[in-house]
Design a protein around this ligand. Structure first.
Ligand SMILES: *Cc1c(COP(=O)(O)O)cnc(C)c1O
Length: 443
């Protein structure tokens, strides 16, 4: 700019930096941006409730770190056997304090959520035992863990049987059926908090707590395990607060805060967690081994960020539901329902809609924005899946991501966003993609 008049310069510079300009340059039309703005005005009250929950959870995490006297030394890693790794061991105490459990196992050697759940099950079940899922069909990848779909190394191969109790018509527990399905053989009851790749409602922590009490009344020695994936820090309470013996999840979802590069956790009773530790490494060695290399700091820092990151992801989910409902799509949960996880399902009813949505999410990413996601066969899933993720951590779904299996009802499962601002951009980009492809239209 060849003017030295500050006021002229200021006006030009400010205009170039306006939100409208940025959005337009990055492919979001002014009309869509305006619609988004109108929707956001109505969400203010809900967003402040989310901020209050994040505040409580933030204090919970800071309190646990202070109580365990976390210091810079905890960020030093270990190599080889990993003996005397205070950073790793005290992180487990921090997790136990956050989840209010006796103990926790938090390890990079737990490779993902499926592994954490598989470990929790295989460590605490013995041949002849039966496990009962009381929240219906479990997450797709667990079908092979359990042996619902025959698979090498499944629990079924080890003589562990399985029963499943469907949720009732309203998506709550069918207590009569639970009572009938529990027998002398029942050793473990599994509950999945989040909907996974189903369009059932997500269970609230209060609902889960009631089920834990119900099962414990039938027989107190039955182990209750909760798949807590995507649920952490959405509420002020966790399933462990209501007496679940094991609360299990992935560090590349909520509790890793986007900074954990890998890992999983199991928070629970001393007995259950100890069983997991000796199965993860080896009988006799248990938790004493397992080098953390250089990741301790990321796991602490990620946990510290997690309440706020989860809050941003929740805002994104609610904004997405509100926006896509105005275009006539069924959203689960709908825009007004209470939230118990960060997943937003949107039913597109056609492969084109689902694919366009995922393309838009991908195009909004900071990483790999130039690639076009395509449906593909994924290990552990029984139909083609399309996945959009432009993530710093491979497969991290606390980062803005969307995926969905290519079958009816062609639902996209949308989640994450390390910042609310990036989630908002992604959602607008996705809507714009559907508009550009003529699948939906403005007004
Ligand atoms: C993500 C998820 C899993 C599996 O976690 P991965 O890290 O993908 O193996 C299990 N259960 C639920 C409900 C999930 O959302």
């Amino acid at each position: 700019m060849n003017t030295n008049d500050f006021n002229i310069r200021k006006q030009a510079v400010r205009e170039a930096m306006s939100a409208e300009r940025f959005y337009e340059d990055m492919g979001v039309s002014p009309g869509l941006l305006e619609l988004g703005g109108k929707i956001l005005q109505e969400l203010g009250e809900r967003f402040s409730l989310i901020d209050e929950t994040a505040q409580v959870n933030q204090l919970k995490v800071i309190g646990a770190m202070q109580k365990n006297r976390i210091s810079a030394e905890h960020f030093n890693g270990s190599t080889g056997y990993g003996y005397n790794d205070a950073g790793r061991d005290d992180l487990e105490k921090v997790y136990a304090d956050v989840f209010h459990t006796e103990d926790a196992l938090v390890r990079s050697q737990i490779t993902c959520g499926t592994h954490a759940l598989s470990l929790a099950l295989a460590s605490n079940l013995r041949p002849g035992d039966e496990m009962v899922s009381i929240s219906g069909k479990p997450y797709d990848t667990l079908e092979e863990v359990i042996g619902i779909r025959p698979s090498r190394g499944s629990l079924a191969e080890y003589g562990i049987s399985y029963r499943q109790v469907e949720l009732d018509g309203d998506g709550g527990f069918d207590y009569e059926a639970v009572r009938r399905s529990v027998s002398d053989k029942t050793r473990l009851v599994a509950i999945q908090r989040s909907k996974g790749y189903l369009t059932r409602p997500t269970l609230s922590v209060d609902q889960i707590g009631e089920a834990v009490s119900f099962v414990k009344k039938i027989r107190p020695d039955i182990i209750v395990m909760v798949d807590n994936c995507y649920g952490e820090f959405v509420d002020r309470v966790e399933p462990s607060d209501y007496g679940a013996d094991m609360t299990v999840g992935s560090l590349i979802k909520n509790p890793g805060g986007g900074l954990a590069p890998m890992g999983g956790y199991i928070a629970g009773t001393k007995e259950c967690v100890e069983n997991c530790a000796v199965r993860l490494t080896s009988p006799g060695l248990g938790r004493e081994v397992g080098a953390s290399l250089q990741i301790n700091r990321s796991l602490y820092q990620g946990l510290f960020m997690a309440p706020s990151v989860t809050a941003g992801a929740l805002k994104g989910a609610i904004f997405a539901a509100s926006l896509f409902e105005t275009f006539g799509y069924r959203c689960i949960p709908d825009s007004r329902e209470p939230r118990h996880d960060i997943i937003q399902a949107i039913e597109f009813g056609s492969p084109e809609g689902l694919i366009a949505f995922c393309e838009g999410i991908q195009a909004a990413a900071p990483v790999d924005s130039y690639v076009t996601p395509e449906p593909w066969a994924m290990p552990g899933y029984d139909s083609n899946v399309i996945m959009a993720a432009g993530a710093f951590i491979q497969g991290s779904s606390i980062e803005l991501s969307a995926d969905g299996p290519l079958h009816e009802p062609y639902a996209a499962y949308f989640q994450g966003g390390l910042t609310w601002e990036s989630a908002k951009f992604g959602i607008l980009k996705a809507a714009q993609r559907l508009i550009d492809k003529g699948i939906i239209s403005m007004s």
